[in-house]
Design a protein around this ligand. Structure first.
Ligand code: ADP
Ligand code: MG
Length: 245
């Protein structure tokens, strides 16, 4: 049974795939996926292991190029961009949160958070100030000079959220962001992630195997064998206003 998600015709999609396929050798990871994501929409991607979730996330975010089809972001065909403009687009318009944070161990929290800004040309002092500001907003002001090795898992993921949001991205991509956390810390992380994304007016595309994580999003895409199996709306468990009250 295929359920169809219909975006209101009045809101043009911010991010879209049109019939994308992606193979790794004999393995067809994506077999023709067309999805449209609106500005500010929060989308959870679920499905069995090996079904193509991460490949879809990587194609949507311009990390991987599809073999066929197109990825369109804000009117630009991302999949047709050369490496450098594509990488600049990723750094300036997208934010990323991964399972294990992927913070740089040698850098302090504020240096980690400032990094995406410095990579797009923001002077160091200005980037550091923006990092401090973002860390403060996430309740991490006192951890500014701490290195990832001296943080708890939850603190490291909050730092990763600060790093993902510091460039004011249009879309935040997260692949199993709470996968390495216990349930309570994962819950708190999702609360902070969805509230921060909502406050920034960004869209969220999140891969998870946990329905309780997916429930933080307004839409659920289920992927099976490289195809969209179901696409439906969810009633998010909390609104940003409730969390930020
Ligand atoms: P999921 O995230 O749903 O677990 P993936 O998108 O990571 O699935 O992978 C989909 C399929 O593509 C799997 O069969 C996987 O083994 C294969 N695959 C993904 N990335 C690569 C790669 N870089 N090289 C070879 N095979 C890959
Ligand atoms: Mg995966």
């Amino acid at each position: 049974m295929i359920e169809q998600h219909l975006s209101p015709a009045s809101t043009p999609p911010l991010l879209q795939t049109r019939g994308i396929t992606k193979s790794f050798g004999q393995v067809k990871a994506l077999a023709g996926v067309s999805v449209s994501i609106a500005r500010g929409e929060t989308v959870a991607i679920m499905g069995p292991s090996g079904s193509g979730k991460s490949t879809l996330l990587h194609c949507l975010s311009g990390v991987l190029l599809p073999d066929q089809g197109e990825v369109v972001f804000d009117g630009q065909i991302v999949s047709a961009l050369k490496d450098r403009p594509r990488s600049h687009l990723r750094l300036s318009r997208f934010g990323f949160v991964f399972q294990d944070g992927q913070l740089i161990p040698e850098l302090t929290a504020r240096e980690n958070v400032a990094l995406p800004l410095m990579l797009t040309g923001t002077p160091r002092g200005k980037a550091m100030n923006a990092a401090d500001d973002m860390l403060g907003r996430l309740g991490l002001a006192e951890l500014r000079t701490r290195r990832p090795g001296d943080m708890s898992g939850g603190q490291a993921q909050r730092t990763a959220i600060a790093r993902a949001l510091v460039t004011h991205p249009s879309v935040v991509f997260a692949d199993e962001p709470s996968g390495a956390l216990d349930q309570a810390t994962g819950h708190e992380m999702m609360q902070i992630l969805t509230a921060t994304v909502a406050m920034a007016g960004a869209s969220l595309v999140l891969v998870t195997h946990d329905i309780n994580v997916a429930r933080w999003c307004g839409r659920l895409l289920e992927i099976r064998d490289g195809l969209v199996h179901t696409d439906r709306r969810l009633e998010p468990i909390a609104t940003a206003a409730e969390v930020l009250r």
